[in-house]
Design a binder for this molecule. Structure first.
Ligand SMILES: C[S@@+](CC[C@H](N)C(=O)[O-])C[C@H]1O[C@@H](n2cnc3c(N)ncnc32)[C@H](O)[C@@H]1O
Length: 306
């Protein structure tokens, strides 16, 4: 999701709704409610017997989504479904849902435009802000604590593993020399001083280091693994899972997990290749360029009791 002309636009909205195959009266889970774009799409299709359960560990995002979804429910009146929002990491999903209770599960991974565009949240090198990067601002170490307290070796490893930055050792050395590092601008300058810009590419030399710190601070890869492991137990037979990822580490985890599940007879894969955004969407919403959607259906006979 990104902002375009001040609007927050959900990525691959139509595709996500189509793959989720939303049925009136069903129970659907949006694991990453964010600003509620996809969630609104689900709520509009659910009908009065339906239920949306939404997760987001960012309290600011959840409050905005709550207001947006309340407005949609008011508009729908007696046709509005039930909406429950939960301010926890989606890895806790199994403690909120009964086994085999969900008809569909969506995860639109990564950061929202609210998080990325606000300098004070410390995700972006475009604007100078405190080096924070926590999605959940109530807990956990900030990116500043990580860069200032980890050893050079630990920093190099985490930048390599979470950012696929080939110059991770050089970057880690420069960070340690530049300590204390307290702002996004300072970190971006330190990295740019040792990583040359990629020829012919517009991406900032600090992109991979920022990605690595963000993933590390928010334990993003562990979160995705936990969700993919829990999903088959929570979905009804024939229910759908849709995962939208924005970088190769996330996408690889989703791809490998679904393939392994298919091998074990758990999933039927619906997207042989990941679905990507068309030119028009990318033009309106540049963040959609790197989005990859994978969908799968849980194997087994559907019981029609609705
Ligand atoms: C890309 S945005 C989702 C945008 C949303 N689909 C929309 O249409 O507005 C991702 C959101 O997921 C949240 N998030 C990321 N990882 C999470 C996790 N492990 N548990 C809960 N929320 C998470 C982030 O805080 C962020 O608000």
């Amino acid at each position: 999701m990104t902002s375009s002309g001040g609007r927050h636009v959900p990525v691959l909205l139509k595709e996500a709704m189509d793959f989720l195959r939303i049925r009136a009266g069903g129970t659907y889970v949006d694991c990453t409610v964010g600003l509620g774009g996809h969630a609104e799409g689900i709520v509009r299709r659910l009908g009065p017997q339906g239920r949306l359960i939404g997760f987001d560990r960012d309290p600011e995002a959840l409050a905005l989504a709550q207001a947006r979804l309340e407005q949609v429910r008011d508009e729908l009146g007696s046709r509005a479904p039930e909406v429950t929002l939960i301010g926890e990491p989606f890895s806790s999903i199994a403690s909120h849902l009964e086994p085999a209770s969900a008809d569909g599960l969506l995860a639109d991974l990564g950061v929202s435009s609210l998080q990325f565009d606000e300098a004070r949240r410390g995700f972006s090198f475009q604007a100078d802000g405190p080096l924070d990067m926590r999605m959940d601002t109530r807990s956990g170490p900030t990116a500043a604590q990580v860069v200032n307290e980890a050893s050079e070796r630990e920093l190099a490893d985490l930048i390599y593993e979470n950012g696929e930055e080939r110059r991770s050792r050089t970057v880690a050395r420069a960070i340690v020399r530049g300590r204390p590092v307290t702002t996004t601008g300072q970190l971006a300058r330190i990295v740019a001083s040792v990583v040359p810009p990629m020829k012919g590419q517009r991406i900032h030399p600090a992109t991979k280091t920022f990605q690595a710190l963000r993933i590390y601070v928010n334990r993003e890869l562990d979160e995705i693994r936990a969700l993919l492991e829990a999903a088959p137990r929570l979905l009804k037979p024939s229910a759908r899972l849709v995962v939208i990822s924005f970088h190769s580490l996330e996408d690889r985890i989703a791809k490998d997990s679904l393939r392994e599940g298919a091998r074990q007879g758990i999933w039927k894969i619906l997207t042989k290749k990941p679905v990507t955004a068309g030119e028009e969407e990318v033009e309106q919403n540049p963040r959609a360029r790197s989005a990859k959607l994978r969908a799968a259906e849980k194997e087994g006979q559907e019981t029609r009791n609705r």
